[in-house]
Design a protein around this ligand. Structure first.
Ligand code: ATP
Ligand code: MG
Length: 504
């Protein structure tokens, strides 16, 4: 790409960007939230046009940036796997690998399932995916799901095809262990001449898995480095623009002081008989794989899922939660995992989205007071470092990470007594991650209790005072502060740990 520019009303997303991707390399694209990564990828795949003057060349084909379109990119071999993967969890692997492409037909009875199965088996073999065509997608591990999404994106390319595979944050939820398995398959594609662009905020992962890394900051390309020649501190400096203070909470003995949250004998979703307590001032971590019941547990406490059994106390008072409104009035906040879908009103303004949890504040005598809402929203935008041109901008025009910060701002401004966090920093850049934990830390230091679900064991190790390991809906182990290391957590989560671990 040469001289690429892209502006949106009020924002310059890319400024005179030159960028080169080599055939057969795995190239990481890094940068803070709103720095222009997704915009660059959307231009490369023809979804957006760049400004006149820029050019894009892929192998022997060249196109002006303001003339690029999806068809040109597709023919030039560009394929994108987006963060949400675009798969259907309730359908089988075979169905997922056929939708959009078309099913094989038989002359008499419509779809020929035999032919579909033959093709899908070949595909699974070619991409070395351990799944069978009839398996439901939802029963696969996240890494294998990502492999299925990649296979779907690449299925119409021949084995020797030199294409460009772009993965925009699709590994955000994968623990390092699973990301490594996925990278083994990316390596195989790269060895056959496929070029891979990998967008990620996990800089340690980028350095251990990719060949080169490019960094965007506020729309400016900072440069490209061999990952062998750069360390994490230097990469953070390039992304954030300054040195980042290590945010790590001081380890404290846990479950001292009065209880902020008490959950007794809860059954909800796959969770059964789970009891625990969180003290005021404590961050309780929950480690567990997808499907372990970790999200359902939080949703059960919040009244978003109805528990079959169980009792909840906040600050020592029993509360009855039948729906989220009950939990909210008891001082519980939930920052859900799937923020884009579950938490944001996509076509509404940023200010409306930030205020959604406290809307009642802005009603006076049956009239809405948008001006004071906007004023408060602007203050929160500043406090949370949300990058937006204006507060009346629709939230879906913000970059992914900035949408996330807006949802967090929405909930924290209520000064909750209990903060339930489901993957709070997924898709958030390193600078913002530190900022988010600082803000959560402030609320906790002021006497709130927090429950933190995170796939990133580093993150649990840095911020949790105590960790419960959840497997198959039950608490398998409790890890005290001094013993929380990423290695220990991954042992417990994957293997169930050894017998000397205290089991509650
Ligand atoms: N459709 C749009 N309308 C207005 N502004 C937009 C639009 N799409 C992107 N932007 C703006 O362009 C800038 C770059 O956004 P982009 O999505 O490329 O960031 P990103 O690097 O992918 O960030 P993240 O890590 O948060 O996903 C942001 O300031 C964003 O608000
Ligand atoms: Mg993005």
């Amino acid at each position: 790409m040469r001289g690429l520019d892209k502006t949106f009303p009020g924002t310059t997303a890319l400024r005179n960007v030159d960028w080169e991707l080599r055939a057969g390399e795995i190239h990481a694209l890094c940068g803070g939230n709103g720095s222009g990564k997704s915009t660059l990828i959307k231009i490369l795949s023809g979804i957006y046009k760049g400004s006149a003057g820029g050019t894009i060349r892929i192998a022997d084909a060249e196109v002006a940036a303001d003339e690029i379109n999806p068809k040109w990119s597709h023919e030039a071999g560009v394929r994108v796997v987006h963060q949400d993967l675009g798969l259907f969890p309730d359908m089988t692997v075979a169905e997922n690998l056929s939708l959009g492409r078309g099913f094989e037909k038989s002359r008499i009875s419509g779809i020929s399932w035999r032919k579909v199965e033959v093709r899908v088996r070949e595909l699974l073999e070619r991409f070395e995916i351990e799944a069978s065509p009839a398996t439901l997608l939802s029963s696969l591990s996240p890494a294998v799901r990502t492999e299925v999404a990649i296979a779907r994106a690449l299925q119409d390319q021949g084995d020797q095809h030199r294409g460009t595979l772009i993965i925009d944050e699709a590994t955000a939820a994968l623990p390092l262990h699973e990301a490594q398995a996925l990278f083994a398959s990316l390596r195989r594609f790269a060895a056959r001449g496929q070029s891979v662009v990998f967008v990620s905020h996990r800089l340690d992962e980028v350095l251990s898995l990719c060949d080169r890394v490019s960094v965007l900051r506020d729309g400016d390309m900072q440069g490209t480095w061999d990952t062998a020649s750069i360390d994490e501190a230097a990469l953070i400096r390039l992304v954030v623009g300054k040195d980042l203070e290590q945010v790590r909470r001081d380890a404290r003995p846990s479950t001292q002081g009065p209880s902020a949250l008490k959950v007794s004998e809860m059954d909800v979703g796959p969770v059964s008989g789970v009891s625990f307590e969180v003290a005021r001032g404590e961050i309780l971590g929950i480690a567990g794989l997808l499907g372990s019941g970790r999200s359902e547990l939080l949703r059960g406490i919040f009244g978003d899922l109805e528990p079959r059994r169980g009792a909840v106390e906040v600050d020592g008072q029993p509360i009855r939660v039948r729906r989220p409104a009950d939990a909210m009035s008891a001082g519980i906040a939930l920052i859900p995992e799937d923020r884009a879908v579950a938490a944001a009103f996509a076509d509404q303004s940023l200010s409306m989205n930030i205020s959604a949890a406290v809307l009642r504040r802005y009603w006076r005598r049956l009239r809405m007071r948008p001006r004071s809402m906007a004023r408060d929203a602007r203050a929160l935008v500043g406090q949370f470092g949300i990058k937006a041109a204006r507060v009346d901008q629709a939230i879906d025009t913000l970059s992914g990470g900035n949408q996330q910060k807006a949802i967090l701002a929405r909930w924290l401004q209520r000064d909750p007594r209990v903060i339930l966090l489901d993957e709070p920093t997924q898709g958030v850049d390193v600078g913002a991650r530190a900022e988010i934990y600082r803000l959560i830390g402030e609320r906790v230091a002021a006497g709130a209790g927090a429950v933190l679900v995170a796939s990133d064991f580093e993150e649990l190790a840095s911020f949790a005072d105590r960790v419960l390991v959840l497997r198959d809906g039950c608490i398998q182990a409790e890890v005290p502060c001094a013993e929380i290391t990423p290695h220990r957590l991954s042992q417990l989560v994957y293997s169930g740990g050894e017998s000397h671990v205290a089991v509650h």
